[in-house]
Structures are given as C-alpha cells and as structure tokens.
Design a protein around this ligand. Structure first.
Ligand code: PPS
Length: 431
C-alpha cells in the first residue's frame, strides 16, 4: 500500500478510536446522569445514597436502661413485649405496677413512683401504661435512662380507641348504635370533660404525654408548641406506629442493640371484622379536627421522624427494616408453624396466649403454639406472643421470687389461666 494510503488508514483508525472513546465516555456520563436523576427523585437531596457507617464505631455496649411511655392504641403492646423479652434475656429488672393498679401504673392518674411494686425497684426497664410525669419518672429511673415513646396517626388511633373502649368510656357509650360517624358529627353532644375515662375520647396522646387534653391548638397555638418542646426535652426517640419497622431500626440504633433484639410478633390487633376496612376521608378529617392537639403532635413528630431517618441514611434504614421483616417472618414460621396466622382468642388453646377481649363486639387476635411443643425454644416463642396482662403477671412473680418474696413456683408453660382480667382500673381510680 502506498505510504499516503497507509497514513490515511492510520488517521481514520485513530479518529474512530477517539470517536469510540468519546462515545463510550458520553454514554457513561449520560447513564450516570439518568441514574442519579432517578435516585434523586426517589431519595431527595436530604437522603444520602449510601449507608453511612453506624455512629457507634468502636461499638457501644447495649444500652440497658429504657423508659417507654406506652401510649394507648399505638402498637405499644408490641414494643412493650420487645422490651420485656430484652429485659429477661439480659437479667434486667422491669418496673411493674403494684397489683392494686392492675397491669397499668394506676392510669389515668398521674404517674407516681408509689405505683411501682417494691420487688421491681430499682428498675432498668419500664414499659407499662402510665400518664407521664417527668419528675416522678426521673425519681424512679436511674440516671442515663433513655426515654422513648410512640405515636399513631390520630384518625386511625381514634377509630381503634372508639372500638376498644366502647363499653368503658361513657362518651362512647352514649352514642346510638356505637356509630363513630355519629360521634364525630357532634362530639360535644356525647363528651363530658373530666368524667371517668374521658381521656379515651379526646386527645388521648396529649393526655398520656402528661398534657391537658382539653386545650385546642386553634385557640392556643402556644400550648401545642410548649407540649412539643417538653416532649422533645425528655424523649430521645418518638416512634411512629405507621412506620413500625423503621421505628425499630432507629430504636435499636439509639440503644446499640442488635437487630435480633427488636424482632417481634404483632400484638393486640383487632380482627378485620372488628374494624373499619378504611376510614372515609371526611371521617378522618373530623377525627383529626376533634383531636386537634393529637394531630398537631403527630404531624410534628412524624416530620422529625423522617428527618432522623434521613440523618441515619434512608437507604440504610430501609435496608435494615427489610432485614428485620425477613428475620421476623422466619421467626414467626419457626414458632407458630409454616403459615403463622393471627387467630381470635376462642381459637387459641394455649391459655397464656389468649389476649384479653374488651367486649363481645371486638375480637382481639393472637398467635397459638403448635401442639405438643416444649423446651427453651418454645418458651421463647411463648414470650414472643404473650399478651400484656399475662406477661406482666409472669414477670412480677418471677421478680418477686428473685427478690426473695415467697410466691408459689410457677412454670412459664402450664401455669393456670390468668384470673379474669379487667383492662383498666375502675371505680376508685378516677382521674
Ligand atoms: N407492629 C405493628 N404495626 C402497626 N400497628 C400495630 C403493630 N402492632 C400492633 N399494632 C396495632 O396497635 C393497636 C394496639 O395498640 P396497643 O397495643 O398500644 O393498645 S393498648 O393501648 O395497649 O390496648 C392495634 O390497632 P387496631 O387493630 O387498629 O386496634 C394493633 O393492630
């Protein structure tokens, strides 16, 4: 080939190589941009794309002192069960109510350290219902205790309260045909502030947090702002029931616990037949308007929750939440059979697993153990699904024994059925 032609061929090769290189570079830049664009639309700037390392390097020891404010109808029993099991595994003391308070700390009275059974003091963990009182709790709990609580979307929470406490709360009992719609159309017609268990019918979250549930943020915005400030001063984490798994991820990171420490079985759920399939939008608006203080609290802490998720790394939190769900499904299958299902109490043969039923009109579901099981693994499964009342009585007896108080020995399985239970202290424990 003549030299001129050879040079021409080389030049063409060089050009096409450069072109190919440019083309490849262009394509990769474009694909990166498209990818980034997509990511950004999923994870707005706030959320880092990668998982930042846990702040606890070198690893912190597990935090052992926790006070959980168990608000009503917010998935609190499931959180309480996680804490009870953690306490047992680590040989910690759980603060439990004196029997005259039943299984709650004399709710709806303001919490007092006197309500705590002496055999359960000084405690590491506290997780039973109470009305928050900062000074009294600080008197009881050791310094360094981490305070956490949980909130639920107020319309869903109110629907649950209305159904669960229908027979207990006079404001609900007055409503014809137990109709939530009728109540929310004219709440003032049925509600009397200050009467027994009125707090279940108006701003229950605010009441449980120690606030004045009769205040309206419409008339007094400063009151809501002040209540939020007080909650923020005390509680290191406010979980959100709608994002339960994400909440547990934040909890375990806060306490430097393992993911295994927050595995759970869902407790205290109503059967589908006992709940509204969906709350119509107008009803939800009315529920939020009537419980405006709770709505203000929820909206604020829902927003701060997502800011925390962002700080922890949203992708990371979601990944852990997924791992938690997978591990939890494996555990439920191991404990309750290949198809673990929630059952009504009448279908649960294991007495220690039968959840308390608030009325004949409401079915509270639970799990049952497959028959013929025994041994330590079964005991762990039993605790996983043990309702609040049975677990509280069991722990109290166990801790009394540990403290040398004479009680009949009671194996965790085969113990007699719990005595008839009332969900709430009545009569003399007025608000
Ligand atoms: N993991 C998880 N995620 C989301 N929601 C959950 C979870 N566990 C329990 N629940 C729901 O919480 C409601 C029961 O709340 P509590 O256990 O706090 O009730 S109680 O005040 O102790 O009686 C009850 O709500 P309703 O079924 O609407 O009544 C439960 O279904």
């Amino acid at each position: 080939m003549p030299p001129i032609l050879q040079r021409l061929q080389q030049a063409t090769k060089m050009l096409s190589r450069r072109k190919i290189l440019l083309l490849v570079l262009g394509c990769s830049t474009l694909s990166l941009l498209i990818h980034q664009g997509a990511q950004l639309s999923w994870y707005p700037k706030l959320f880092p794309l990668s998982c930042p390392p846990l702040q606890d390097s070198p690893p912190r020891p597990k935090h052992m002192t926790v006070a959980f404010l168990k608000t009503h109808k917010t998935a609190g029993t499931t959180v309480q069960n996680i804490l009870f099991r953690f306490a047992e595994r680590h040989n910690l003391t759980v603060a439990l109510p004196h029997p005259s308070c039943e299984h709650q700390f004399c709710y709806p009275r303001n919490f007092s350290a006197h309500f705590v059974h002496p055999a359960t003091r000084p405690p590491h963990v506290l997780a039973s219902h109470l009305r928050f009182d900062r000074a009294e709790l600080q008197r009881l709990m050791p310094p360094g205790t981490v305070y956490v609580t949980i909130l639920r979307e107020p319309a869903a929470m109110f629907e649950s309260l209305f159904s669960y406490y229908n027979q207990y709360c006079p404001a609900f009992r007055r409503v014809p045909n137990a109709s939530l719609e009728a109540f929310l159309r004219a709440p003032e017609a049925y509600y009397r502030a200050g009467e027994h268990f009125a707090m279940f019918a108006h701003n229950t979250l605010a009441y449980d947090l120690g606030g004045d549930n009769e205040r309206s943020p419409r008339d007094d915005a400063a009151y809501l702002a002040g209540l939020i400030r007080q909650v923020e001063e005390v509680f290191s984490l406010v979980m959100i029931a709608e994002y339960f798994d994400e909440s547990l991820v934040l909890l375990r990171r806060l306490l430097a616990w393992d993911l295994d420490d927050v595995l759970y079985a869902r407790l205290n759920s109503r059967a589908a037949s006992s709940r509204l399939a969906a709350i119509p939008a107008a009803l939800a608006r009315a529920a939020r308007a009537w419980n405006a203080l709770d709505a203000g609290l929820y909206d604020h802490f829902n927003a701060t929750f997502w800011r925390r998720v962002a700080r922890a790394g949203r992708a990371c939190v979601e990944r852990e939440a997924r791992e938690l769900r997978e591990a939890r499904e494996r555990l439920l299958r191991r404990c309750f059979g290949d198809e673990p299902v929630l059952r009504p109490a009448a279908q649960i043969r294991t007495k220690q697993l039968q959840p308390w039923q608030p009325s004949r009109k409401v079915d509270i579901m639970g799990y049952d153990l497959p028959s013929g099981r025994a041994g330590p693994a079964t005991e762990a499964c039993l605790k996983l699904a043990m309702p609040e009342v049975q677990y509280s009585s069991y722990l109290l007896r166990k801790q009394k024994r540990r403290g040398g108080v004479r009680v009949r020995p009671e194996p965790v399985l085969d113990n007699p059925p719990p005595r008839p239970i009332r969900a709430l202290p009545r009569g003399h424990l007025g608000h």
